[in-house]
Design a binder for this molecule. Sequence first.
Ligand code: IPD
Ligand code: CA
Length: 266
Amino acid sequence: MEVIDILREVSKKIYENVKDLAGTEDAAGDFGRGAGGDISRNIDIVAEKTVLDYLKEINFECVVLGEECGRVELSKNPKGFVIMDAIDGSANAVRGVPFFCSSLAFATENRLSSITDGVITNLSNGEMYWASKEKGAFLNQSKIRVHDKDPIYKIVGINTSGATPELMKKLHPIFEQHNHTRHFGANALEMAMFARGLMDIFIDLRKKIRIQDIAAGYLIVKEAGGLLLDENFDSLDADLSYDTRVSFIAAANQTILDDVFSEIRK
Ligand code: IPD
Ligand code: CA
C-alpha cells in the first residue's frame, strides 16, 4: 500500500468513528494535557486511537508524532514520521460547530519540507483533501487549485484566536481594507479550503500554530499552487519538534499578497 493510501484509509476510519460523537456530552471529558499542550478530549483520544490501532494492525514502520499522544515509535526501523492532528478544531468538535477535521501527514525527515503526503478530512461531512509531492492536490477525486483569478469577493482568512493586542493593532488595516475577513477555528481545514480556492489568502501570524496543525495543509497548499511563506515572507519550513511554533501566510499569488500586506507595511 502506498503511504497516501494508508493515510486516506485511516482518515476515513477517523470519520466513521467520530462523526456521531461531535457535539455530544461524550465528546468532551478532561484527559489531562496532551503533548501539544492543550487539554485532550475524549473525541481527540478516540480519533488518535483509531490511527494508532490501524498503523499497528498493518505494521506500518514509522514514528507517530501525535498532538495528544506525543511521539510513539511503532518501529525500530522507521520509514519516516506520521504527523498527526487527529482532531483539528477540537473546540468546534466538542461544541458541535460543524467545522473540524483530521490532519495526517508523512515526512521522511525531521522537517516540513520533507513531507511527501498529506490528508485532511472534513469530519463534519467526510470530504477528503489530499496530496502527494509533485502529484497535485485533490478534493475527493477532483484536482484542486488555489483561486488564482481576480476575485469577485476577496476572502481573507485570518486567525486571530488569542492574538495579542500588538498583533491586532498591526493587522487592523487588513480588517479595515478587506471587509470579507473570515476565521473558522480549524487551521488545517482552513488551509484545505484555501487550497480549494474558497479563500484568496489565509494568514496566521500569532506564532502559536504547532507542526501537527499545519503539516498536511503545508503539502496540500503547495501542491494546489499556493505560496506558503513565513512571517518574513520566506518560504515556510520548520523542524518537527514539539516546541516549534510557526506563523505563516498562504497566498494564491504575489498580487493578493502585495495587496493585503501593502497596507500594514506602511
Ligand atoms: C487549533 C485550531 C485553531 C487554532 C489553534 C489550534 P486544535 O487546533 O487549529 O484554529 O487557532 O491555534 O490549536 O487545538 O483544535 O487541534
Ligand atoms: Ca490542532
